[in-house]
Design a protein around this ligand. Structure first.
Ligand SMILES: O=c1ccn([C@H]2C[C@H](O)[C@@H](CO)O2)c(=O)[nH]1
Ligand SMILES: [Zn+2]
Length: 154
């Protein structure tokens, strides 16, 4: 018999504030000397644990890894494979340089979307701009990546 999801199930009871805080915390440790664009991501898994990742750039630019994929690597290395929510935090206006207006709410890139699709059919995703609570949007992996590539059905 399938277990009913209780109040403590992270799928139905996502503590978004805590997840965004974890993303903000790891964002400060991003290694982004080339783009100066620091990103933090925090993945909540079905076990209730949070795995955080930041972008790590390289002098050979193409080797850079995004925050979202960093978080997935942390999750898999810890033996988990069932993400239930993702928070992503991108830089606020103060980091954008002179003359910058309102920053865009940074959404996960295509490569990160497909990497997320490896571990979840769908996933709520909250995207926030650091330091500006009005710039927050909650969407889903299925909305961001319809018709993800899947080698197998089911
Ligand atoms: O989904 C994304 C898109 C970009 N970046 C990083 C990569 C690079 O270090 C910086 C500028 O593109 O932002 C992420 O972390 N996640
Ligand atoms: Zn990415």
């Amino acid at each position: 018999m399938a277990r009913r999801r209780g109040l403590t199930d992270p799928r139905t009871n996502i503590d978004w504030d805590a997840l965004v805080r974890a993303a903000l915390d790891v964002q400060t440790r991003a290694h982004a000397p080339y783009s100066a664009y620091q990103v933090g991501a925090a993945l909540l898994t079905a076990s209730g644990k949070v795995f955080a990742g930041c972008n790590v750039e390289n002098a050979s630019y193409g080797l850079s890894i995004c925050a979202e994929r960093s978080a997935i690597v942390q999750m898999v290395a810890a033996g988990e494979r069932d993400p239930v929510a993702l928070a992503v935090v991108t830089p606020g206006t103060s980091k954008l340089g002179p003359g910058a207006t309102s920053p865009p709410i940074g959404a996960p890139c295509g490569m990160c979307r497909q990497t997320l699709a490896e571990f979840a059919d769908d996933l709520p995703i909250r995207m926030s701009v650091a330091g500006d609570p009005s710039l927050t949007r909650t969407t889903s992996l299925a909305a961001l990546l319809p018709e993800a590539f899947r080698a197998r059905s089911g």
